[in-house]
Design a protein around this ligand. Structure first.
Ligand SMILES: NC(=O)c1ccc[n+]([C@@H]2O[C@H](COP(=O)([O-])OP(=O)(O)OC[C@H]3O[C@@H](n4cnc5c(N)ncnc54)[C@H](O)[C@@H]3O)[C@@H](O)[C@H]2O)c1
Length: 340
């Protein structure tokens, strides 16, 4: 079988997780990489033995790619995805899929019209703890979800922002702690609760990062149509990257997640747990708070292409989290409740 020919765009911080996963796959092969910073593209190409480009359009033209991985600044995700779709190339993009909801729709539409797949990275859904929580909630054993809360207390230095030409900006990053960091936990909780959202009521502010224009802090409520009330708090000025924590209070038990470990306590005394296995703690996992799911999601994306199925996290699914993120920003800016 010919392996899927993969081109990666954006050889920055997250790219090694994609490059490692593709280079270890038995159904995909790394064909080329591209970055406007030639030294980055060249270094990745030398390490992984592939071609490199400084122009992703040229890479797509010349390399007969089956798919691209987008690892660029956020505002470029829709631009590159639509270009690739129009060339008949499948797309796997890093989160967030876009900055605005309109751009997310353009991506979905372009991929649909050109009959290519659109996958969006939310690797934490692949953690053992996430899977246990999802499965147990779906089984109905926990009864109705009453409320939930999540907290992302992380640490981003001034240097993290000043050394980047896109982080900390509304036009290129699309926001701060919500769209870049807390989006993972917002996505997980939305996926667990599995209901359309009724409204979002949020505050956003910048307290400790005067060098950026976007928020470094947000809190609020997400009211779901199934009645569940979810409370969130996210900030980028804690003194370290504390493990994310989440709790889901159900009629028949309590779900707790700390980092990627889950404990489910039923009211009748039973308990279920899931944690990261020793095998998962590989060097390629990247920073601890990135989690360990990239390899699993990337392999799953290619398995879905092989079977001719939709990716597990496709554009339509990721759009729901994009809508939540955009509603948090609208509510925070306009200081009002936003109905979805
Ligand atoms: N899933 C996760 O846990 C996780 C973690 C970190 C970052 N990310 C995401 O990965 C993406 C990249 O983030 P990063 O931290 O690696 O950023 P980065 O700034 O380190 O890297 C981005 C790279 O894109 C390149 N680039 C910019 N414009 C380009 C263009 N037109 N063509 C080709 N390359 C171009 C830049 O030169 C840079 O090398 C973002 O969407 C981010 O949110 C995801």
């Amino acid at each position: 079988m010919n392996r899927f020919r993969v081109g990666l765009i954006g050889c920055g911080a997250i790219s090694p997780l994609h490059l490692e996963a593709v280079s270890k796959s038995s159904i995909a092969e790394l064909t080329a990489v591209s970055d406007i910073r030639e030294e980055r593209a060249k270094a990745a190409a030398e390490k992984y033995g592939c071609n490199y480009y400084t122009n992703y359009k040229e890479m797509i033209e010349k390399e007969s790619l089956d798919s691209i991985h987008i690892c660029t600044p956020h505002y470029l995700h829709p631009v590159i995805a639509v270009y690739a779709a129009e060339k008949g190339v499948n797309v796997l993009t890093e989160k967030p899929m876009s900055v605005t909801l309109e751009q997310a729709d353009e991506m979905i539409e372009a991929c649909k019209i050109n009959k290519v797949a659109l996958g969006v990275i939310f690797q934490n859904r692949y953690n053992a703890g996430s899977k246990l929580i999802k499965k147990t909630l779906e089984s109905g054993e926990l009864g109705r979800i009453l409320s939930a809360r999540m907290r992302v207390n992380w640490y981003r230095t001034s240097e993290y922002y000043t050394s980047s030409d896109w982080k900390g900006t509304w036009d290129k990053e699309g926001g701060g702690v919500i769209i870049n960091q807390a989006i993972h936990t917002l996505d997980l909780l939305r996926w667990f609760i599995n209901s359309p959202i009724e409204y979002v009521d949020a505050n956003i502010s910048n307290r400790f990062h005067p060098e950026i224009e976007v928020e470094d802090c947000a809190e609020g409520v997400v009211k779901y149509k199934n009645g569940a009330i979810s409370i969130f708090q996210a900030l980028n000025y804690y003194s370290y990257n504390a493990p994310i924590d989440m709790e889901i209070h159900c009629e028949k038990g309590l779900v707790k997640m700390v980092a990627d470990e889950a404990v489910i306590s039923f009211n009748d005394g039973r308990e279920l747990t899931a944690s990261r296995s020793a095998m998962d703690n590989s060097e390629e996992s990247g920073k601890d708070y990135w989690g360990i799911g990239h390899a699993a999601q990337i392999e799953d994306f290619y398995q879905s292409l092989l079977k001719g199925e939709k990716p597990f996290i496709d554009g339509e699914d990721a759009r729901k989290t994009q809508a939540l993120v955009c509603a948090i920003y609208q509510s925070g800016r306009e200081r009002k409740k936003v109905n979805l």
